[in-house]
Ligand binder design. Structure first.
Ligand code: NAP
Length: 238
């Protein structure tokens, strides 16, 4: 993996920081983005102290994923510093539905804000960073989705979050179709219910378990699956 370059959004904590750590451990140069530069730098320091001798390295870049200026600056920085990008993990996400929220009584602004972060930001990041993957004819895009976005299991509760993850899955399929044949593989994954600030202390899975499938998809060999939805390295229903 040495020489390969990855961008992980929302890398300062939770599942994103664990994905970044595992990619560094595999020897990648990881641009760990964080909307708070100091928090990103602190997470990089921890990762590099643990894995700096494995050949990989984490560096941070300040990225508010809903800010077009930040996204443009990130693409310019990656181009200048590395001249390539192999992996984009769209991990940053929010779940801001008020407790007990139902579609029938919810505020539309919650949906607008949720979609900005969970759907439109991944789209904007793909648009900005895909040229760097195309240049090298190598790319792996991982969209961190959720079982709550599965239409097959769709039910009530957290409606804005659920709808945003369903839309993110649609984005996965659309982009996968648009880049088919270019050695850029685009997939969605569900981490399961993971102990993080979002998942809470009663969640059943560790950060390591939650990050594993994203790392697997980020390191797929040429000819690997694209346009799929995975949980624990196995395909699941949309
Ligand atoms: N935990 C679960 O059980 C679970 C289950 C299914 C799916 N997921 C998905 O897994 C992903 C990571 O979740 P997590 O559990 O690690 O959540 P988390 O602990 O709440 O961390 C979320 C991360 O996203 C970042 N973020 C949120 N909005 C952002 C924005 N506008 N710009 C830049 N960064 C932003 C946060 O940055 P700050 O620190 O600055 O807030 C943080 O780094 C999310 O997409 C989530 O939907 C989680």
């Amino acid at each position: 993996m040495s020489g390969t370059v990855a961008v992980v959004t929302g890398g300062n904590r939770g599942i994103g920081s664990e994905i970044a750590r595992q990619l560094v451990k595999l020897g990648m140069q990881v641009v760990l983005t964080s909307r708070d530069a100091a928090k990103g730098a602190a997470t990089c320091k921890t990762i590099n102290a643990r894995h700096g001798t494995d050949g990989g390295q984490a560096s941070t870049f300040k990225l508010e994923v809903t800010d077009a200026g930040d996204i443009g600056a990130l693409a310019a920085q990656v181009a200048e510093q590395f001249g390539r990008l192999d992996v984009l993990v769209n991990n940053a996400g929010i779940q801001i539905d008020p407790k007990g929220s139902r579609a029938l009584n919810s505020d539309l602004q919650t949906y607008r804000d949720t979609f900005e972060t969970n759907v439109l930001a991944p789209l904007a990041l793909i648009q900005a960073l895909l040229p760097l993957m195309k240049k090298n004819k190598h790319g792996r895009i991982v969209n961190v989705s959720s079982g709550l976005g599965q239409l097959a299991e769709m039910s009530s509760g957290t409606p804005a979050y659920r709808m945003s993850k369903t839309a993110l899955n649609a984005l996965t399929r659309i982009v996968a179709a648009e880049v088919r044949g270019s050695n850029i593989l685009v997939n969605s994954m569900s981490p399961g219910w993971v102990k993080s600030d979002m998942g809470g202390p009663y969640a059943t899975r560790t950060l390591e378990q939650g990050a594993d499938t994203a790392v697997w998809l980020a390191t797929l060999p040429d000819g690997g699956p694209s346009g799929g939805f995975f949980y624990d390295r196995a395909p699941i229903a949309w």
